[in-house]
Structures are given as structure tokens and as C-alpha cells.
Design a binder for this molecule. Structure first.
Ligand code: ZN
Length: 243
């Protein structure tokens, strides 16, 4: 455990010294809030679904099998009362203290904003925003939660979540902002992601500094590029950091 204490001390020192921290996070940030990784497939999954998650969450599947898409979506992607954990809260505090410029996230659950973070760059969109495909009217998450089958607008159009599905392109503006923040960062903390999911690895390459921290329970292929690697639960790590 001594090694872990040393690493936390190093992390704290860099946090203290940095002024433009950027956090880049993935599914592991939200698992401690009880939001399961939708990619996890077990025996129960195969009883309920015939297709893998990546197929169901594709643009083609949404267009052709909208009802089946929404069955999976309501079951697996809605955060349903999940609350921010210590990682979300500490990142919000770092931003309020003027030390963190952006949270870049692959998550779509809105938990960073719920914790108080303001500049959150959601690479894959958010389940909290939904739009009518015909008249573009906005709907909150409750429109999806409280409806059954295919959610529809009063105009008759189908409501689609503002979530980047497989086969769909990322939002250029959000990606550009993420690149700019990472490029100017004096510290980059990557957490809760194995970094194998596009575009995570590509974005990390824009970081120029010498405080690249990787916090992930399991080792990742990028551990050797990091200046500091902590294989721990991310909430437990941030709980020990003081702003
Ligand atoms: Zn409409």
C-alpha cells in the first residue's frame, strides 16, 4: 500500500502545481455511481437481447428497429436516479477553484453537470437531451422514461436521443474544443477508460505536457506512456485529493 500512498502524494502535488487541468473520462467514472457499462454482456443479456450492444446502438438499428432500440436504451442507458460520486464532485470543485478548464467525457449520463461542473465536453452526447426528428423540438429525459415503445412528438415525428450512435460522426465543435483544451493543458488526468475506444487515444496525443496521469482499475495499453499510473477505483483516488 506504500506505493499507492506515494502515487496519491505525487498526484496531489501535481494538482497543487497545475492551473489548466483537463480531465478525460470514460465509463469507469460512472460505474461507482451505479451506472453499469452498457457494453458488458453476460448470460442474462443473451436471454433478453439477440444482438450485441454495438449493433443495437447503431444508426441503422435505430432507423430500422426503433422499438427494439428503445427497449435496450431504456433498460441500459438511462441513469435512473444515479448520483455523482467523489470523482464527479472533486472535478467540479477543481473547476470552481480555477484549476481545471474542462471535463471531456465519453459518458452520456449528465453526472458531471449534476455534480456542478460547467465546462463539460460530451463527446458522445447526452441522454438528457432529445429531439423530434421532424420539428426538432427539445425533450428532456422524462419524455423517454415516461413513454413506452417508440417515443413520439405531438407532430408525429419520432424522438431521437442526442447521443452519438455507432456509424454516426462526433460533433465537430465538441471535438475541436476538446482538442484545444487538451493541447493547452498543463496536466491531463485520464480516468475510467481503457483508452481503446475511439476517439480517446487520438485525443490524448494532443497533450504536450509532462503530467499525464492514468487512473483505471485495470491496466491499459497506454500505461507505459503515462507519467503516473494508478490502478485503483477513480472515486477512491479523488476522495483523497484536496482542492
Ligand atoms: Zn415534432
Amino acid at each position: 500500500m506504500y506505493e499507492l500512498e506515494e502515487k496519491i502524494r505525487q498526484l496531489q502535488q501535481w494538482v497543487d502545481e497545475s492551473e489548466r487541468i483537463v480531465f478525460f473520462g470514460g465509463a469507469g467514472v460512472s460505474t461507482e455511481s451505479g451506472v453499469p457499462d452498457f457494453r458488458s454482456v453476460d448470460g442474462l443479456y443473451h436471454q433478453k437481447y439477440d444482438d450485441p450492444p454495438e449493433t443495437i446502438l447503431s444508426h441503422t438499428y435505430f432507423s430500422r428497429k426503433t422499438e427494439a432500440f428503445y427497449r435496450f436504451y431504456r433498460d441500459k442507458l438511462l441513469p435512473r436516479g444515479a448520483q455523482p460520486n467523489d470523482a464527479h464532485k472533486k472535478l467540479a470543485e477543481l473547476e470552481q477553484a480555477g484549476k481545471l478548464t474542462a471535463v471531456v467525457t465519453q459518458n452520456i449520463d449528465g453526472l458531471h453537470q449534476k455534480a456542478g461542473s460547467r465546462n463539460v465536453l460530451e463527446l458522445h452526447g447526452s441522454v438528457l437531451r432529445n429531439y423530434c426528428q421532424r420539428c426538432h423540438r427539445f425533450f428532456g429525459v422524462e419524455a423517454i422514461e415516461q413513454s413506452q415503445g417508440v417515443p413520439k412528438c405531438e407532430c408525429g415525428g419520432i424522438i431521437k436521443p442526442d447521443v452519438v450512435l455507432y456509424e454516426e460522426a462526433l460533433d465537430d465543435t465538441v471535438t475541436y474544443q476538446a482538442v484545444e483544451h487538451i493541447r493547452k493543458a498543463d496536466m491531463l488526468i485520464i480516468g475510467g477508460t481503457s483508452l481503446v475506444v475511439y476517439p480517446a487515444a487520438g485525443l490524448v496525443n494532443y497533450y504536450n505536457g509532462h503530467r499525464l496521469v492514468l487512473i483505471n482499475l485495470q491496466p491499459t495499453p497506454y500505461d507505459r506512456y503515462a507519467d503516473l499510473t494508478i490502478n485503483e477505483k477513480i472515486g477512491q483516488v479523488f476522495r483523497q485529493i484536496h482542492v
